[in-house]
Design a protein around this ligand. Structure first.
Ligand SMILES: [Zn+2]
Length: 345
């Protein structure tokens, strides 16, 4: 079977791997789609992502959906072969249906699909066949196509971030700074959480069109326009770049809040801390997600318009072209690898 791996900076490969066998308590999932995340791009380009460095060949991919294709021995809880599923990328992880926060995602020593955060690395989901524990499967509702369901993991990340803001979102005027896939999903999640008005800002036109399609009330192209100062109750930084956080600090009103949803570069960063402090702004951190995967699947099922976030689909054999496309925010929002034929198509 084929897999997408990174060996060194700029060294992305499509390689043949032996076909895995599911153990007791596991299933084999035939992966149909895998979304390319900013972290996959960082690994492919730099062989590192934030604080995590690639020290051995790493199969990328953690945003994966597919179809159960085999079940391990003595695994009565497994959904039957043919069931369409999303995969929880983390261990430990909250069980399906959990609603209260568990904090498991913040525990040390956990794993995440396709991540160099562990030694040895946790191999990822850009593979034709993936062994997964039954407890990490989320059965997809009828009527939710796999091509839209592939957004479940990034949407769960966004829902977790928005949950960090608590009751600050309902009725709020919100700015989303950076309208790539995460920013676009944030627009949708903020509307769902009761934000009164959502503005999306970006340097490119295409992400702003996607943001409008999923519910942004207003857009600002930062290549030609500026942002108002001290205007927004909440600012969601979704670009993961320091100038965007600086803009967020300027744009948030006194007493407002900033959610740092994008992943900033490792190490010290120059931001106007005195302005943050003087305006009594609350700065919220967020990491991956906790119990939000089920809510993400439900929201994707309820909102067919979220399909607009998936702009590009490439065959797994064209992974290099897919990664180049995903890195071009002027041309694409979420770029997806088609790993196996889509049974919905
Ligand atoms: Zn991701």
């Amino acid at each position: 079977m084929r897999a997408v791996t990174v060996h060194a900076p700029g060294d992305l490969r499509v390689e043949e791997f032996p076909t895995p066998e599911p153990a007791r308590g596991e299933v084999l999932v035939r992966i149909v789609y895998g979304g390319i995340c900013g972290s996959d791009l960082h690994y492919a380009q730099d062989a590192r992502n934030g604080n995590y460095r690639v020290l051995e060949p790493l199969v990328l991919g953690h945003e994966v959906v597919g179809v159960v294709s085999d079940v391990g021995a003595d695994t009565p809880a497994a959904p039957p072969v043919g069931t369409r599923v999303a995969i929880h990328p983390a261990t430990p992880s909250a069980p399906a249906g959990a609603t209260g926060a568990t904090g498991l995602h913040l525990q040390r020593g956990g794993t995440y699909l396709g991540s160099a955060s562990t030694q040895p690395h946790t191999q990822g989901g850009f593979v034709e066949l993936l062994r997964v524990g039954v407890d990490r499967l989320r059965v997809l509702p009828d009527g939710l196509p796999l091509r839209r369901a592939v957004l479940a993991e990034p949407l769960a990340v966004v829902l977790h971030g928005v949950s960090r803001l608590g009751d600050r979102v309902r009725g709020a005027r919100v700015l989303v700074s950076g309208a790539g896939p995460i920013g676009a999903l944030a627009v949708a999640a903020l509307r769902h959480a009761g934000a009164e008005h959502v503005t999306a800002a970006d340097l490119q036109e295409l992400p702003l069109r996607v943001a409008s399609a999923v519910g942004a009330d207003a857009t600002v192209n930062l290549s030609t326009g500026g942002l108002p100062e001290a205007e927004f109750d909440v600012v969601v930084e979704a670009a993961g770049v320091v100038p965007s956080l600086v803009a967020a600090i300027r744009a948030v009103r006194p007493g407002g809040a900033i959610l740092q949803l994008g992943i900033l570069p490792a190490g010290p960063q120059p931001i106007p801390v005195s302005e943050l402090v003087g305006k009594e702004v609350a700065l919220f951190g967020t990491q991956r997600f906790d119990v939000e995967l089920d809510a993400a699947v439900a929201l994707l099922a309820a909102e067919p318009g979220l399909a607009a976030v998936v702009t590009d689909v490439y065959e797994i054999g064209d992974a290099a072209a897919a990664f180049a496309r995903a890195a071009d925010s002027a041309q694409s929002s979420k770029t997806v690898l088609a790993v196996s034929p889509d049974p919905d198509a």
